[in-house]
Design a protein around this ligand. Structure first.
Ligand code: BES
Ligand code: ZN
Ligand code: ZN
Length: 501
């Protein structure tokens, strides 16, 4: 989808459809609507009066403009109550319009932030339009050999502005939103890929390609021999049961000439989690190809950081491996000596995420980071606690937690903090080692976080458990079911706001 900014009145647009909003309590919120109503020979007004247009969210009406020379149709999308309108609803509304347009085989769309009649700055509305449309149209077709019904996705979106001086701002916002959406789509694609096509080496290859295509990103990949030399025995323990070689991916984005300490992002890169010897039940096991969603989000965020020229050094660390029950697999009862020196008794080989993250968290110390954030599809318990659509947050630094909360409010990703009181560490005491990797059923998401906290030393740290929202079972407004790319927008928003406070 090409996105253009044009200066002028949107009535000049030559589009298959123009997108306009209507509210439950304000059916014609701006002059744009009045003008298109005139072009429709008052049909829009009549539809409002007849109750065909109510302004309720998720309502969309397509009105054909019989005599119009330029635009052929108007799509009136409901946005609910006017004083409750926000960017999240706007993203959803544009996703709905785009999906409708695709189902009608339309190829060009137009809109203007002015039509919303809201106090929200036009560039934010335009950015939400781009994100909503691009993300709402996403589908994963890599393995479809037959073309889907409507292959011709929307080719063009033109955003109009009557004010000349506003167009530069709009251009910048729209370009940024495009990069961010592309990064989310990149992450969704990686997560959607089956594990036979997205092995640890494939992940490393994707990271290296990002490095090749962005001049400020350097990528280094450690192989098992190098991990062994360093002493990453937790990661090596997890990978023993697999025939695929583990990879420790390091992406180093240098966006500043300054020497400030970097921000380290760590992503769990479990390309398939069978559970290992503590094998998972067969039902839904196919979903465990998504256990690298944290790693994919980190890769996407670093890529977008480079495209947005974020003025920071940002390092991505992705321990990538399979968890398989091969003949050499690590076993319950085994003791692993982690990179930090702490020993861990393995209770369940299915609690493997915290083991590979332990070594990555320790590795992060060498960068003397200003902050470390890890993203991981870590526990089913987090889904039990918060539901499928919510990121569970734990951490040791209030300011960093606040940064993430604030970013999540802007991006619409739902995030909720769980406590990390010292008491939870009792559950992970082992009789024979320093720690054990499972703390029992109570507070399973938190005891996993408590385990990680033993390795997240010497820097501000936050852990995000994305087990729920990384893979949607049902469509959401601009996230079709399947891989969501959760975390990408959150991280970028946080990085963009970093120097604000
Ligand atoms: N990858 C899973 C967690 C998960 C579950 C992600 C559902 C996405 C959806 C993780 O490695 C795991 O198996 N965790 C165990 C931990 C338990 C053994 C302490 C779990 O949650 O059951
Ligand atoms: Zn597991
Ligand atoms: Zn896992």
């Amino acid at each position: 989808m090409k996105i253009k900014i044009k200066q002028g009145n949107i009535k000049e647009a030559k589009a298959d459809a123009v997108v306009l909003f209507s509210y439950e309590d304000d059916s014609m919120p701006a002059k744009t609507m009045t003008e298109f109503n005139a072009l429709s020979n008052n049909l829009i007004r009549k539809m409002i009066d007849a109750g065909d247009i109510t302004g309720k969210t998720k309502e969309i009406q397509v009105i054909f403009l019989p005599d119009a020379q330029n635009t052929k149709r108007v799509m009136v999308v409901g946005l609910g109550k006017k004083n409750e309108a926000d960017l999240e609803k706007i993203r959803g509304a544009f996703a709905l319009a785009a999906q409708k347009a695709r189902s009608m085989k339309l190829s060009s769309m137009a809109t203007t932030p002015d039509m919303a009649g809201l106090d929200i700055p036009g560039e934010l509305i335009a950015a939400a339009a781009v994100e909503g449309m691009k993300l709402g149209l996403y589908r994963f077709t890599a393995f479809k050999t037959e073309e889907p019904d409507n292959v011709n996705d929307i080719e063009e979106l033109v955003i109009w502005s009557e004010e000349k001086k506003g167009t530069a701002k709009l251009k910048e916002a729209v370009a940024e939103a495009g990069h961010v959406a592309d990064a989310v789509i990149f992450a969704r694609n990686l997560v959607s890929m089956p594990s036979n096509e997205m092995t640890p080496k494939d992940m490393a290859r994707e990271a290296i390609a990002i490095g090749t295509n962005h001049k400020n990103i350097e990528v280094k990949v450690l192989d098992e021999k190098q991990m062994k030399k360093l002493g990453m025995n937790a990661l090596l323990g997890v990978t023993r049961g697999s025939r695929e070689e583990a990879q420790f991916i390091i992406m180093d984005y240098q966006g500043t000439k300054g020497n400030e300490p970097p921000i380290v992002l760590i992503g769990k890169g479990l390309t398939f989690d069978s559970g290992g010897i503590s094998i998972k039940p067969a039902e839904n096991m196919e979903e465990m190809k998504t256990d690298m969603a944290g790693g994919a989000a980190v890769m996407g965020a670093i890529m977008a950081a480079a495209r947005l020229n974020i003025p920071r050094r940002i390092i991505g660390l992705i321990p990538a491996t399979e968890n398989m029950p091969g003949g050499l697999a690590y076993k319950p009862g085994d003791v692993l000596k982690t990179l930090s020196g702490l020993t861990v008794e393995v209770i369940s080989t299915d609690a493997e995420g915290r083991l590979i993250l332990a070594d990555a968290l320790t590795y992060a110390r060498r960068f003397k980071p200003a902050a470390v954030i890890d993203l991981a599809t870590l526990t089913g318990a987090c889904i039990v606690a918060l539901g499928e659509n919510v990121i569970g947050m734990m951490g040791t630094d209030q300011k960093l937690k606040d940064r993430l909360k604030h970013a999540a409010e802007i991006t619409g990703e739902k995030l909720w903090e769980l406590p990390l009181w010292e008491d939870y560490c009792e559950a992970i005491q082992s009789d024979i080692a320093d720690l054990k990797n499972v703390g029992g059923r109570p507070a399973g998401a938190i005891t996993a976080g408590a385990f990680l906290s033993k390795f997240a030393k010497d820097y501000p740290w936050v852990h995000l458990d994305i087990a729920g929202p990384s893979w949607l079972k049902q469509d959401r407004p601009y996230t079709p079911k399947g891989a969501s790319g959760v975390g990408v927008r959150l991280l970028i928003q946080m990085l963009k706001n970093w120097s604000d406070n």
